[in-house]
Design a protein around this ligand. Structure first.
Ligand code: SF4
Ligand code: SF4
Length: 386
């Protein structure tokens, strides 16, 4: 390894990153073609604004780019019990994706990557670099694959040897010429468990995710949640870990846990926040809890909409008073979710509960003026009656 590269690698590790590999900055031709095909098929993420060409051509992101430093930080943490099985606890809870348990990784990784970029300038003055943590246009997974950070899983995650796929990725595109790491290639065990387990059929083929069907995206998308995904959501409050949780590369006896305390669950909300807390939280509570994590970036209402749908999926009549409150929410996505959830609970329970939910919905119909909410009410009444 050249002196320059070993200085960069050592400093990256000193900053707390678990993985560092360096790739050349030539265009990612295969990934560009793949992303263009996905765009054509309508499988792309609505949260990604950049074209496949921009995402796969480092020199478009930084003129003169010569190298891409890819880093990884393991976010798996060991808990005393399974996150969704708290001994003796009956509280209805929502599942947070592991990446959103602790402090927002953008705030943990971003400053360290900027420090690394500054260090490049110490090593070689006049170096220009651009830092990216998920927020930039770079196709980070494809670049991580080229750099040999891990292999691709059929679930389209990058799987590392030590930490499985529970790893945050970040990148520095730089015009500094650094010795590149060799490409390893390879794939996962190709067992197909992720495809079978996906609740919405979003993994349409190995390595191909239809983002418009992926609950991870859907839980982050604002607005009314499409009806077809509401039951599949289950009690997922934000994100979805299913295709990673079933992957043999992530089995607890084959991986090691990360050692970053920042990614331990937030002390107040934990990995499975009580749904009542989410539905009733005000803005100051949101700011001191979810807004500190990666689950906060789409705002309070997205979480409340999801939590209301989660309550419907519990089928528990005890959720009815909370749903009545949610019916009075000023936003249509939350009201729609409440109408749907009342329909689910009415449908799943005895005559008394059916009558109670019907009455609530009929009362709401006399008060609510929106045509689309009327349609939702009729849809829920219909389900309860049948
Ligand atoms: S994150 Fe969930 S919904 Fe998305 S592909 Fe994986 S299992 Fe399917
Ligand atoms: S679950 Fe199986 S097919 Fe899917 S990524 Fe893991 S090893 Fe590959």
């Amino acid at each position: 390894m050249s002196d320059l590269k070993s200085q960069v690698v050592n400093y990256t590790k000193h900053l707390g990153f678990d993985l560092v590999r360096i790739a050349d900055a030539s265009p990612l031709e295969d990934a560009g073609t793949r992303l263009a095909k996905q765009l054509e098929a309508g499988f792309h993420s609505p949260l990604t604004k950049h074209s496949p060409k921009e995402r796969t051509t480092p020199t478009l992101l930084l003129p003169g780019a010569k190298s891409v430093i890819m880093v990884g930080m393991a976010y798996s943490v060991e808990l005393d019990h399974a996150p969704d099985r708290i001994p003796g606890d009956q509280t209805p809870r929502g599942l947070l994706s592991r990446y959103a348990w602790g402090q927002d990784y953008h705030r943990i990784m971003g400053p360290r990557l900027r420090e690394l970029a500054a260090y490049l300038n110490v090593l070689a003055p006049d170096t220009t670099s651009r830092v990216m943590v998920d927020s930039g246009p770079l196709a980070e997974k494809a670049m991580a694959y080229r750099a040999g950070l891990g292999v691709y899983g059929w679930n389209s995650c990058i799987i590392t040897r030590k930490w499985g796929s529970w790893v945050f990725l970040g990148a520095i595109v730089t015009d500094l010429a650094l010795e590149h790491d060799s490409f390893h290639g390879g794939t996962c065990q190709e067992c197909g468990r992720c495809i079978k387990a996906c609740p919405t059929g979003a993994i349409v083929a190995p390595y191909v995710i239809d983002a418009s069907r992926c609950l991870s995206q859907i839980t982050q998308t604002r607005g009314i949640m499409p009806t077809e995904f509401r039951q599949a959501l289950g009690t997922r409050l934000f994100g979805c870990d299913t295709c990673q949780a079933v992957c043999p590369h992530n089995e607890p006896n084959t991986i090691i846990y990360g050692n970053h305390g920042e990614f331990r669950p937030h002390p107040f909300i934990g990995p499975t926040p009580p749904l009542e807390m989410v539905v009733t939280m005000d803005n100051p509570t949101f700011k001191s809890t979810f807004a500190q994590t990666a689950a906060g970036w789409r705002g309070r209402k997205v979480l409340q909409r999801n939590a209301v749908i989660n309550l419907g999926n519990t089928g528990q009549p005890t959720a009815i008073p909370l749903l009545v409150k949610a019916l009075r929410d000023p936003t249509e996505p939350v009201q729609t979710a409440a109408i749907w959830a009342l329909g689910e609970i009415g449908m799943a329970n005895n005559e008394n509960v059916k009558r109670e939910t019907q009455k609530i919905l009929l009362d709401a119909k006399t008060r609510i003026t929106s045509g689309s909410l009327h349609q939702e009410i009729l849809f829920s009444l219909d389900r309860i009656n049948n």
